[in-house]
Write a protein that binds this ligand. Structure first.
Ligand SMILES: *Cc1c(COP(=O)(O)O)cnc(C)c1O
Length: 369
């Protein structure tokens, strides 16, 4: 590959000594589970996200799952979820026995369309899970207003959008309790699996602290039926080294996006990312759309440019959700996005020359089409 889809080098090379020293410190201290590293990272991430509480867990999917368990969501409950999201959002709803009810996105922003939410509310609806997809904040004002009107809780899926804002407030700070992921490729990534919940509600944060550790606050006293889903000390140590750089990495992603916008404007039938008024975008992914997606992807591969599709099959069309018996065509916006979206290379520190190579390859594809 001339240009890979993602490179960690600009993030990790300059921090190599600091990260290895942080790992060595845990190694030497010989306290490997739920110690100072987890506590310090939780405090630092809560400050970063401008919330009262952060609880580290094993991964982003568990963060979503434990959030719903803490809210005591259960069978016969319905939860409004985006029709276009990574399947994790839906799986968390299924784990607690509730039913995910898809709501179509705004076709311009790809995020949950607040205007479509109300029609999906039934007497069984308990909550809404907005996903700040690709790194753009959802329109949280109208979403929160609708939640309040119908007495629903809100759980944000903030896995792709650490540091994004809606009208000056950070994603991950709006909902009752919110989930994020530190999967390596996320905007803040560990060297393995890691995740967290963020919340301003002490009751929910405490319950998740209990749930993540065998339902126990005091060793060998189990209050509730819990899980083993603890953030690892080693990963917390790594994340604490990386967190102070997240703002600068976000600015670098936004600069790469600006260059893509400039160089890709007006080519073929390309649709470039659009940011809603009031929202910011932290470009976890730079997703373009074209009717010729599959041919473009193949051409870019031949040119040595790595791309991915987020996501090729919407959750309601996955075999895992066949039991919902949702027919093809039921959520046409999600299905259209799955057929036309392509994620271009994007990482903090990607050089202007790399962006130009990608943009030139895209342009030459459409010139020969
Ligand atoms: C990555 C991701 C998750 C899950 O995170 P893991 O840490 O991989 O479990 C959930 N939701 C969205 C939108 C994601 O992108």
């Amino acid at each position: 590959m001339r240009i890979p889809f993602l490179s960690f080098s600009p993030q990790h090379d300059p921090l190599r000594a600091d990260i290895l020293a942080a790992i060595a410190a845990v190694y030497d201290k010989q306290w490997y589970v739920l110690g100072d590293q987890v506590r310090e990272f939780e405090a630092a991430y809560a400050r970063f996200n401008e919330v009262q509480h952060c609880v580290g867990v094993a991964n982003g999917l568990d963060a979503l799952h434990l959030a719903l368990e803490a809210l005591q969501v259960g069978p016969s409950d319905e939860v409004l979820v985006p029709s276009n999201t990574y399947i994790a959002t839906w799986l968390a709803v299924s784990f607690v026995g509730a039913t995910p009810v898809p709501v179509e996105p705004n076709p311009a922003t790809y995020n949950l369309d607040p205007a479509r939410l109300e029609a999906a509310v039934t007497p069984r609806t308990k909550g809404i899970m907005p996903v700040h997809l690709y790194g753009q904040a959802c329109e949280m004002g109208p979403i929160l207003a609708l939640a309040q009107k119908h007495g629903l809780w809100v759980v944000e899926d903030n896995a792709q959008s650490q540091g994004a804002q809606w009208e000056g407030n950070l994603t991950g700070s709006f909902g009752d309790v919110n989930a994020t992921s530190f999967y390596p490729g996320k905007n803040l990534g560990a060297l393995g699996d890691a995740g967290a919940v963020t919340s301003n509600r002490a009751d929910l944060a405490t319950r998740i602290q209990t749930l993540r550790n065998y339902g126990s606050q005091r060793k060998y006293y189990n209050e509730i039926i819990g899980h083993n889903s603890r953030l690892d000390e080693l990963q917390a140590a790594v994340l604490s080294v990386k967190l102070p750089h997240l703002l600068s990495w976000t600015q670098q992603r936004q600069e790469v996006a600006r260059q893509y916008h400039k160089q890709l404007a007006g080519i073929g039938d390309l649709v470039l990312p659009a940011v809603a008024p009031g929202a910011t975008h932290v470009y976890h992914l730079y997703v373009i759309r074209t009717r010729h997606r599959d041919a473009l992807q193949q051409y870019l591969t031949e040119q040595g440019v790595g791309t991915l599709i987020h996501y090729p099959i919407p959750p309601h069309r996955q075999q895992a959700y066949a039991h919902l018996q949702i027919p093809a065509g039921a959520y046409p916006i999600a299905e259209e996005l799955a057929a036309t979206s392509l994620s271009l290379p994007m990482w903090p520190g990607m050089q202007p020359n790399d962006v130009t190579i990608v943009a030139d390859a895209v342009r030459s594809f459409f010139a020969s089409w």
